[in-house]
Design a protein around this ligand. Structure first.
Ligand SMILES: Nc1ncnc2c1ncn2[C@@H]1O[C@H](COP(=O)(O)OS(=O)(=O)O)[C@@H](OP(=O)(O)O)[C@H]1O
Ligand SMILES: Nc1ncnc2c1ncn2[C@@H]1O[C@H](COP(=O)(O)OP(=O)(O)O)[C@@H](O)[C@H]1O
Length: 203
């Protein structure tokens, strides 16, 4: 757990409250934390959910591992320590989104259970929705849209999740998506239905 380094800093309360922002948005803020192997479907399903909610007039956004690693986290690699820091930072960023009354979808492998649980802990009750995008390694290798599994198998990438780096499956995910057996749109509908039935899309 990262320790606060800065001293002599003081928290400033916002003049506009989180509740007022949610009231104006017409729904609560929350984090949909998509986790799974590379190629399992995190980004595609998250962006499909984002589009469906946007079409309904909800205030949403998507944070994606590949994209964030080209900007905010471009100084991080794939060592266990760097992956932990990657997730810690995105956990804090996603909390800022929930404070703004936004439904934010994060699509990161986030392989370590402890890292995901740390994010859960800094969010309010019910604001962290763990979505396990479950696909077999075989399925992910068959898909391999970026050819990374092929490179990993050839030894050109070291420490690739699922090949020679671990992925710790969720034990208490709020949602488990069968990405081996169901299509993207159906899985996205499952996520939207979960949000609807659990009161996330209204005040
Ligand atoms: N060594 C290694 N292991 C796993 N993945 C790798 C690696 N090197 C590059 N990539 C590409 O980076 C994407 C995963 O980044 P994440 O930030 O989601 O990873 S993590 O949460 O920090 O483990 C992941 O993208 P997705 O396929 O969208 O998951 C990969 O394409
Ligand atoms: N449930 C699914 N059924 C069929 N193809 C899928 C499914 N989920 C993802 N795909 C495809 O697999 C590839 C990887 O999906 P992507 O969303 O990039 O995965 P991730 O973000 O987990 O790496 C893409 O070509 C995508 O269209």
């Amino acid at each position: 757990m990262a320790e606060q380094k800065a001293t002599n800093v003081t928290w400033h309360d916002h003049r506009v409250s989180k509740e007022e922002r949610c009231q104006q948005n017409g729904h609560k803020g929350a984090v949909l934390w998509f986790t799974g192997l590379s190629g399992s479907g995190k980004s595609t399903i998250a962006n499909t959910v984002d589009h469906k909610l946007f079409e309904q007039g909800k205030h949403t956004f998507v944070l994606d591992g590949d994209n964030i690693r080209m900007g905010l986290n471009k100084n991080l690699g794939f060592s266990p320590e760097d992956r932990t820091e990657n997730i810690r930072r995105i956990g804090e960023v996603s909390k800022l989104y929930t404070d703004a009354g936004i439904l934010v979808m994060t699509a990161f492998i986030s392989p370590y259970r402890e890292d995901r649980d740390q994010v859960r802990e800094i969010l309010g009750d019910g604001e962290f929705i763990e979505v396990f995008v479950k696909a077999s390694l075989e399925t992910c290798e068959e898909r391999d849209p970026k050819g990374l599994y092929k490179k990993a198998r050839a030894g050109e990438i070291k420490g690739f999740t699922g090949i020679d780096a671990p992925y710790e499956e969720p034990e208490k995910a709020e949602l488990i998506l069968d990405s081996d057996g169901k299509g993207i749109d159906d899985l996205a509908d499952e996520v939207v239905a979960y949000l609807e039935s659990n009161g996330y899309l209204s005040i």
